[in-house]
Design a binder for this molecule. Structure first.
Ligand code: ACO
Length: 376
């Protein structure tokens, strides 16, 4: 069979999906056929996940039932808590702690059918992240409440206080916005794992590892630092030029698929605006908007043959900061949402599974012979 080398798999289609459709040229994203802006600002996270898993919006009874099902799987066992405590004590980053916690999330749980653990996998993510964070802050963990929705309960577990509706709604918009996005690196990772007929916890653990990197989910923390620095100096152009002159990448800009502004940026921009206005630091938000304009123009000057615009991570940083999520938890909060996309893809993969097994092109030496150790 003729073989072409595609080391980054760009433009290679390896799966059919009904979950999301991305138009990279126009900058459009549909989740199960619904435009992302419509879904993100109207749905609860539970409704979004139900839609992803079932292909239609739930009735109100179904939403309640689904919310209850997720809420009933939120607990983590003492041993997982101990791992998170140790990770916090050793100063491990949140994504490392999440990876360790997820990997152990079936401890104490009777072995389940491969497909039934899906609710547990989605439900434990916020508990793991919040438990780690409480230990990190030198505080006792806050047990999850089963009478709160997914987003509200996460904020509650972080602080021990029920969040305002505005904060919960801001987080919900964020969780809805980033829940699913085609065959990004972490989703592909999850599909590869389940294609071996491994299990969902293994898929989620591997996907957390893939999401951690700065080229994927690790960008929003550095974005916030960048914006804070520029807000203090007031000189966006200097910052951007220095970064690009040093051959570095500007965090929060560029995307493998989009050749337009990432449509999720607009959703998060308007959600972030309300927070920063409400918090009384609308000036910071406006400075970020100005930064976006300056950076987009300068990127066009420095990289003329590639359209580089804001990706999802730029306004993620500003929205999550407004909602009160600590910077060190930005990527883990991304994972709290995206795990549902991973799980939906895992089910799709299993519906019509064939082992994902690409090939490599050998470029090493040939025709060598064995050298005894005394002759080497
Ligand atoms: N800043 C400066 N230059 C950039 C940027 C950027 N943010 N992004 C791409 N470029 C330049 C590259 O330098 C490259 O030029 P070169 O080949 O001469 O070095 C050219 O544009 C093409 O870039 P590629 O590396 O081919 O683009 P790719 O599709 O691999 O990258 C990526 C996409 C990884 C997101 C990239 O744009 C980037 O590194 N952005 C910054 C990190 C970031 O924001 N990550 C979050 C991504 S969103 C998400 O995953 C949820």
């Amino acid at each position: 069979m003729a073989n072409t080398l595609n080391s980054d798999l760009e433009g290679i289609t390896v799966a059919e999906t009904r979950l999301s459709q991305i138009n990279g040229e126009k900058g459009e994203l549909l989740i199960r056929g619904l435009p992302i802006d419509e879904l993100a600002s109207n749905a609860s996270y539970e409704e979004t996940v139900f839609l992803l898993l079932n292909g239609r919006l739930p009735t109100s009874e179904e939403t309640d039932e689904f919310r209850g099902k997720l809420a009933s799987h939120r607990q983590i066992c003492d041993e997982v808590q101990a791992v998170l405590q140790r990770a916090a004590r050793e100063g491990k980053p949140a994504m490392d702690a999440l990876r360790m916690g997820v990997a152990a999330a079936n401890l104490g749980v009777e072995e389940q059918d491969l497909r039934k653990d899906i609710h547990r996998v989605i439900a434990v993510f916020p508990t793991i992240v919040a438990t780690y964070w409480r230990y990190q802050q030198g505080k006792e963990p806050v047990a999850p409440r089963d009478d709160l929705g997914h987003a509200t309960n996460f904020l509650y577990m972080l602080t021990g206080e029920r969040p305002s509706e505005a904060r919960a709604a801001g987080l919900e918009t964020y969780l809805n916005t980033v829940v699913e996005h085609g065959l990004n690196a972490s989703t592909f990772t999850a599909r590869v794992v389940v294609s071996t007929e491994s299990d969902l916890i293994s898929a989620a653990t591997a996907a957390v590892g893939a999401l951690k990197g700065p080229l994927h989910g690790g960008a929003p923390g550095p974005v916030l630092e960048m914006l804070q620095e520029v807000y203090e100096t007031g000189d966006a152009e200097k910052y951007v030029r220095e970064t690009l002159d040093a051959g570095e990448r500007l965090m929060g800009f560029g995307h493998r698929v989009y050749r337009a502004r990432d449509p999720r940026a607009a959703v998060l921009e308007s959600a972030a605006e309300s927070f920063h206005t409400e918090k009384g630091d609308g000036e910071f938000f406006e400075a970020a908007q100005e930064f976006e304009d300056v950076a987009t123009d300068l990127l066009a000057e420095y990289v003329p043959d590639r359209r580089l615009e804001t990706n999802v991570e730029f306004y993620t940083a500003i929205l999550l900061d407004g909602v009160g999520i600590p910077k060190d938890l930005f990527t883990a909060t991304f994972a709290i949402s995206r795990v549902s996309g991973w799980m939906a893809h895992a089910l799709e993969q299993l519906d019509d599974n064939r082992l994902i097994r690409p090939s490599s092109h050998y470029v090493g030496e040939t025709k060598r012979s064995w050298t005894p150790v005394e002759d080497r």
